[in-house]
Design a binder for this molecule. Structure first.
Ligand SMILES: *Cc1c(COP(=O)(O)O)cnc(C)c1O
Length: 392
């Protein structure tokens, strides 16, 4: 037949970029189970179980916890559009691409957006955020927990205290952190939190877990105007996930199967064990990179274990190394974004990708790519250094 493309035959990659991450065969198998109707008793049970598992992963008892139909960015839109009415003040903490995106979303929703900024690769101190809150008295403060564009790990607990002292609500981007490092929604009193499926939950992209505190729900219930987005209006979406199961939109059935299985995988492993695994593989990667003379772009103590932003060595061509890694080894890593473009690589060890087998393969492969660029290295040094961490 002419003009009909061949069936899709995706190559087998090793996804070590900023997401998506490696997906386990269990999750892919769940995704291909038979599609049922969105009000089928079987699917309603899937939804109930998923809400219960999401609460465990978010460490929350929040009733309003569910998966929005859309990628991580749809979780961002959902949180912002439900809490903000036109003219409301929102302080957005901008230290990377996703803080910038949050400010853009808030502006489009009609918020009076006030940003505070830090350089790419830096965290906000509590004082910096507290000063802005005292000055502006915002309804909502938005911040990114794990800035995937820079590899920075933002502490939240003290900032949350400052936000609540001022009577504001805290909205947090946990797209990359959830399932990789602790996200304690109740203990840290986070009010509106969103995540995505394709980072440390190791599920294909397509859903955005969200959770709203009772304080946030009250703010939604006290709105004077309708939520500006029909699709992401929690006052309607919550009736489909609970209550009278009123039809809102057709849930992406098979994506929900996949997330159900991915959450089962997370809970079977255990959250603490999963966080420890992410930390160990990060340490091993870091030791291996150090043996190649490669440094982190983020200060010690602020580095995310699942997103390693490192400086590209002098005299090494960014694009050639990344394309050689892909061509010869099937390994994808991420390029730098914004001001870090061409100066950093972003090496993801998210969810299923956070394994010794991938760390060791990557280090050996990177050594070969650097050697093709003329670097003088001690052969095998990086793999040996990583193995020392695993041996301890
Ligand atoms: C990936 C990511 C997003 C956006 O998620 P998409 O699934 O790409 O829409 C938002 N915030 C952070 C921190 C991310 O890493």
């Amino acid at each position: 037949m002419t003009n009909i493309p061949q069936p899709i035959q995706p190559p087998e990659r090793i996804l070590m970029g900023p997401g998506p991450s490696q997906i386990s065969p269990r999750v892919l198998a769940a995704h291909s189970a038979p599609t049922v109707g969105h009000l089928d008793p079987c699917f309603l049970q899937v939804m109930d179980e998923m809400q219960a598992m999401l609460r465990r992963v978010f460490c929350t008892e929040n009733e309003l916890t569910l998966a929005i139909s859309g990628t991580g960015s749809s979780g961002m839109e959902t949180c912002v559009v439900n809490l903000i009415e036109p003219g409301n003040k929102m302080v957005v903490c901008k230290n990377g691409v996703f803080g910038m995106r949050m400010a853009d979303v808030a502006e489009r929703v009609g918020a009076d957006v006030l940003t505070i900024e830090k350089g790419f690769g830096e965290v906000f101190s509590t004082d910096e955020v507290a000063d802005a809150i005292v000055k502006h008295q915002p309804k909502v403060v938005g911040i990114v927990h794990a800035e995937t564009s820079t590899g920075v790990w933002q502490p939240l607990e003290e900032i949350s205290q400052a936000v609540h002292d001022a009577g504001s609500l805290l909205l947090v981007d946990c797209v990359t952190s959830l399932g990789g490092v602790p996200v304690e929604v109740d203990a840290w009193q986070l009010d509106a939190v969103y995540s995505g499926t394709q980072k440390c939950l190791s599920c294909p992209p397509g859903l955005a877990p969200v959770t709203f505190s009772p304080r946030a729900v009250e703010a939604i219930d006290n709105r004077k105007s309708k939520v500006q987005s029909w699709y992401f209006d929690m006052t309607m979406v919550r009736n489909y996930w609970g209550g009278d199961r009123a039809y809102h939109h057709t849930a992406p059935i098979n994506m929900n199967y996949a997330l159900h299985e991915a959450l089962r995988v997370v809970l079977e492993e255990g959250l603490e064990e999963r966080f420890a695994r992410h930390m160990l593989n990060h340490q091993a990667l870091k030791a291996g990179l150090a043996a190649l003379g490669i440094e982190y772009a983020v200060a010690e103590g602020q580095q995310l274990p699942m997103l390693n932003a490192v400086r590209i060595p002098e005299n090494v061509d960014d694009a050639s190394v990344r394309s050689q890694l892909l061509r010869e080894f099937g390994i994808e890593i991420g390029a730098g974004l914004g001001p870090m473009k061409g100066r950093t690589w972003r090496i993801g060890l998210m969810g299923d990708t956070s394994r010794a087998k991938y760390v060791l393969l990557f280090l050996a492969a990177l050594e070969k790519c650097l050697a093709s660029q003329g670097a003088k290295l001690q052969p095998g040094a990086s793999v040996a250094a990583a193995n020392e961490i695993y041996a301890d």
